[in-house]
Design a binder for this molecule. Structure first.
Ligand code: 6PG
Length: 494
């Protein structure tokens, strides 16, 4: 009896301890977020809407108050300017997401949190961080017993609130802590599947998000070129452009970018009687992800010329004063009139073709990076989680997902049997548009680069034999032959 009594009392104490811990835990918040700008506030409210309690940290009292107000002052979501209060109010292991500008701010926040964290806590960087920084941070934090995930989040402020596409990378066991929250808050595709999935180790998440943005740059550049062509050659009005893009968005070009483009043409300017788009300065800014995509594609030796030119065009756009001077010096041809219905048809085919090329190039880069960096990426899965929530979401991604699911080792979308006929069918229109634009002095470098990429990638014979001959001629760099094995050198002209 006595022994039973003692046992029971220990059991009771354990139960009490367990209960008090559970009670304490229940009062604490499931999820912490640092950086309560619009993205951060929207993300944390999304978490709170989905059955989790969330606590925010920001140095600005205004941001903290904004969150409390937007959250309706409920118990599900709260925030503080005090790091200590933030840490003390999170249930352990703590799950802390950072939505702060990429670069030094991420390191600064990590350093400021570190002394207060316990082993086993998880830090998630949800910004557009450079993938090499992510690898460094993961190694650094793992040494200290802290889990770390580099996670791409796409969809802008609205996506963060209603459901973004989330691209997590890092160690899989670390991901398990946050999976239920990410599954709940992510966008859902039309089949109900969440637009989030563990993508791979180390910086896989940030790398995939970087290339997502490269594709985004390509698609935005292409859309702007088609707009230019439509307005300059057939003089479509903003109302007509709105209609054209809205109609396209109901067909095979259905995508977030085509949809918002149609909305943009409708937006009245509050400061004048015109449409806002006509008053926006034609200098595009950039934060770096497109440039990193191009730079890294060069390092890998994977051609992504549609993305490259999209970055270059933002750079050319920035040279506004020089462009204005050069325009005066050189002028440009009078643009020929073209039948409106015909142009709409050619433009639709061209945009469809070039969107496919943008995805092809980005996914080709991912396929190669996966091997190079050991990410072990599943391109079908990546295309699947891009179907909703993110900036490059599009109906096309349904077929792209299927193409990569059918062939996991497909190096390039252009080699997928389901894409051959549709690409072939669009090519004549693209040739016509590029030729028309060249003749009329309308710059369409995204479109022409996409076409040239296509023509080169689908050429079994390129003139690079001549380059090899030149290299060997002036530098004894050697060459290979088509008719026999081996490395050759010739004393040219001898
Ligand atoms: C997204 C966007 C987002 C951001 C871009 C803007 O997926 O939600 O890509 O991350 O708007 O990075 O980039 P730029 O300023 O370089 O155009």
């Amino acid at each position: 009896m006595c022994i039973t009594f003692i046992d029971l009392s220990i059991f009771t104490i354990k139960i009490e301890l367990q209960t008090s811990y559970t009670t304490m835990s229940a009062n604490k918040y499931d999820f912490g977020l640092v950086g309560l700008g619009v993205m951060g506030r929207n993300f944390i409210l999304n978490v709170a809407d989905n059955g989790f309690t969330a606590y925010g940290l920001d140095l600005s009292e205004d941001q903290v108050n904004a969150l409390k107000e937007e959250g309706g002052n409920t118990e599900k979501v709260d925030a503080t300017t005090s790091k200590e209060a933030f840490i003390a109010n999170l249930s352990t292991p703590r799950k802390i997401m950072l939505l702060v500008p990429a670069g030094k701010p991420v390191d600064a926040v990590i350093e400021s949190l570190l002394p207060h964290l316990d082993e086993g806590d998880l830090i998630i960087d949800g910004g557009n961080s450079y993938y090499i920084d992510t690898d460094r941070r993961e190694a650094y934090l793992n040494e200290k017993g802290i889990h770390f995930l580099g996670v791409g989040v796409s969809g802008g402020a609205k996506g963060a609130r209603k459901g973004p596409s989330i691209m997590p990378g890092g160690s899989e066991p670390s991901y398990k802590y946050i999976k239920p929250i990410f599954d709940a808050v992510s966008a859902k595709a039309h089949d109900g599947k969440p637009c989030v999935a563990y993508l791979g180790p180390k910086s896989a998440g940030n790398y995939v998000k970087m290339v997502h943005n490269g594709i985004e740059y390509g698609m935005m550049q292409l859309t702007s070129e088609i707009y230019d062509l439509l307005r300059k050659s057939a003089k479509f009005t903003n109302d007509e452009l709105h209609e054209i893009f809205a109609k396209w968005n109901e067909g095979r070009l259905q995508s977030f970018l085509v949809q918002i483009t149609s909305e943009i043409f409708k937006q009245n300017d509050e400061l004048t009687d015109g449409r806002l788009v006509d008053f926006i300065l034609d200098k595009a800014k950039q934060k770096g992800t497109g440039k990193w995509t191009s730079q890294n594609a060069m390092d890998l030796g994977i051609p992504v010329p549609t993305i490259d030119i999209a970055v270059s065009m933002r750079e050319i756009s920035a040279l506004k004063d020089e462009r204005v001077k050069a325009d005066e010096l050189y002028g440009r041809p009078e643009v020929e009139a073209i039948e409106k219905a015909k142009l709409i048809e050619l433009a639709e085919q061209s945009l469809y073709f070039a969107f496919i090329i943008s995805y092809s190039q980005g996914l080709h880069q991912l396929s190669d990076a996966s091997k190079e960096y050991g990410y072990n990426l599943d391109l079908g899965l990546i295309s699947q989680i891009w179907r909703a929530g993110c900036i490059i979401r599009a109906g096309l991604l349904e077929d792209i997902t299927q193409a990569f699911n059918a062939d996991k080792d497909l190096p390039n979308l252009l080699l997928a049997p389901t894409f051959v006929d549709r690409v072939q069918a669009a090519v004549p229109a693209v040739r016509e548009v590029v030729a028309f634009a060249a003749k009329n002095g309308i710059p369409v470098p995204g479109l022409s680069n996409s076409l040239t990429y296509f023509d080169a990638y689908t050429s079994s014979k390129l003139p690079l034999n001549l380059i090899q001959a030149q290299r060997d001629h002036f530098g004894s760099h050697t060459y290979e032959r088509i008719d026999r094995e081996g490395i050759f050198h010739t004393e040219w002209g001898a």
